[in-house]
Design a protein around this ligand. Structure first.
Ligand SMILES: NC(=O)C1=CN([C@@H]2O[C@H](COP(=O)(O)OP(=O)(O)OC[C@H]3O[C@@H](n4cnc5c(N)ncnc54)[C@H](O)[C@@H]3O)[C@@H](O)[C@H]2O)C=CC1
Ligand SMILES: O=C(O)CCC(=O)C(=O)O
Length: 426
């Protein structure tokens, strides 16, 4: 089946699609607005540490394949670094670096005692067997074991990784260190010390942001029309929460195309039929393209898949009045400006998707204290954190007449800059 990524077509434009470059641009603006000297930007523009590893894996057919992986640690002035591990064919060093910076910003925004980290392996798990994936996951942990750990850098799930992969990684780490160490990783199965509510946490956080943004725009969520690009962990739970809230989910997309129904899709059926990689559209003949999904008539649009989906090519064609970024980096800077000029309320990734790392933090705290919370406790705490974070950023954006992305970066970098200064690094 042909993947519908529209990357190649988009690369031909002059628009800057380099996610690291774009992030650096906004970090610089945020630090300038906060009045920090240029040394602070020099420190923050790149991760402090990046490890590249080569992981040999015995494949089921007896051959050996060598995979390239990365772990980036952006800044550990506040505490251990933290962030997911992505298994995807398009993983690059630049992407992992940008993703680690975004994790630092998220930690600042929701006030967690962490810096940002992120990992990735160039691979396509959709074409690998269960056992090959286990060997790859364990090999990655062996390769990065020196720089990670519960007080150093704590991995978690991201695109095409899940609680099973976290379980193998935990087991491998515990074997290397010769003690059981649940706080090494989050997003684990609950029976291995995972937190209730972590699986749905990213989507819960996005749901709270949608609710708050809808209030600002005077949109009633009941009967609001929503389109979601991505039907994996973030996108599928979100579809369920929106459906349960009475909204009409009129469009969903995965890597192979999109489904649309102006009367609302049958979300329970789609959830039942989707596979573990968030694929569901392949079951239908009548599909739209991913590009078409972004442009459908709806009130709320949620990119929940990969980077660089909303660009200067399609930003003007977006009909939604609210765009909430569940994915990391789905909108280019040029497109951010176009949406803002068009009066679209854009809730940026570093805020909207921070529910995942927030509950990961709760998981780590529960592991450290050996005392576990109910799902209700987790959800109440997440609600408080997200509402506060949304309010801080919305108020700053309005007060300073800037877009919410810049406001989020200003709030996200501040504590890290202060901690780095107190440590005497800058
Ligand atoms: N899982 C988590 O806790 C968090 C995830 N995120 C972000 O949310 C986004 C989605 O992540 P998950 O739902 O966890 O991943 P997932 O692996 O569960 O699902 C990924 C979805 O994206 C689709 N997809 C993959 N390649 C695509 C392409 N080239 N074009 C269009 N769609 C494509 C897949 O078909 C699938 O539906 C990512 O940007 C991730 O970094 C952000 C914060 C936390
Ligand atoms: O749960 C975590 O620690 C990290 C989640 C993540 O990778 C992200 O927010 O992009």
């Amino acid at each position: 089946m042909e993947e519908q990524g529209n990357q190649d077509k988009k690369k031909k434009t002059a628009e800057n699609m380099n996610v690291l470059d774009s992030t650096q641009t906004v970090i610089k603006k945020a630090l300038d607005k906060l009045g920090y000297p240029k040394e602070v930007y020099e420190l923050m523009k790149e991760p402090m540490r990046l490890l590249t590893v080569r992981i040999p894996v015995k494949m089921d057919d007896g051959s050996t394949k060598v995979f390239t992986g990365y772990r980036a640690q952006h800044n550990d002035a506040i505490g251990p670094t933290k962030g997911g591990v992505r298994f995807h064919p398009n993983v690059t060093e630049q992407e992992v670096k940008a993703l680690s910076i975004w994790m630092s910003l998220k930690a600042g925004i929701v006030d967690l005692p962490y810096g940002g980290g992120k990992g990735g392996i160039i691979c396509d798990p959709r074409n690998m067997s269960f056992h090959e994936l286990e060997r790859l996951s364990r090999g990655y942990v062996r390769a990065i074991s020196q720089i990670v750990g519960p007080t150093k850098d704590i991995p978690a799930p991201d695109v095409f990784t899940n609680s099973q992969i976290m379980a193998w990684m935990l087991d491998e780490y515990s074997r290397i260190r010769e003690f059981d160490s649940p706080g090494f990783i989050t997003g684990k199965p609950v029976v291995l010390g995972g937190s209730h509510g972590r699986e749905s946490a990213t989507a819960k956080g996005v749901t709270i942001c949608i609710r708050e943004a809808a209030k600002k725009k005077g949109i009633d969520l009941k009967d609001a029309r929503i389109a979601i690009q991505g039907f994996g962990n973030a996108g599928s739970f979100l579809a369920k929460f929106m459906h349960d809230a009475g909204a009409k989910v009129v469009g969903v997309a995965d890597a192979y195309g999109a489904l649309y129904d102006s009367d609302g899709l049958d979300i329970d059926y789609l959830l039942d039929r989707r596979d573990s990689f968030g694929t569901v559209t392949n079951l239908f003949k009548d599909r739209l393209s991913n590009d078409e999904l972004l442009e459908i008539d709806c009130d709320i649009l949620v990119p929940a898949a990969i980077e660089n989906q909303i660009t200067e090519k399609n930003a003007d064609l977006i009909k939604a009045g609210i765009v909430v970024e569940a994915a990391n980096g789905p909108t280019t800077l040029q497109a951010t400006k176009i949406l803002s000029d068009n009066g679209v309320l854009l809730v940026p990734d570093v805020l909207a998707s921070s529910g995942g790392v927030t509950v990961s933090y709760f998981e780590w705290v529960q592991n450290n204290q050996g005392y576990y919370w109910t799902e209700e406790e987790v959800e109440n705490k997440l609600e408080q954190v997200m509402v506060q974070a949304f309010d801080n950023i919305y108020r700053l954006a309005h007060g300073r007449r800037i877009d919410m992305r810049l406001a989020a970066y200003m709030i996200g970098v501040r504590k890290m800059a202060e901690a780095s200064r107190f440590r005497g690094w800058i």
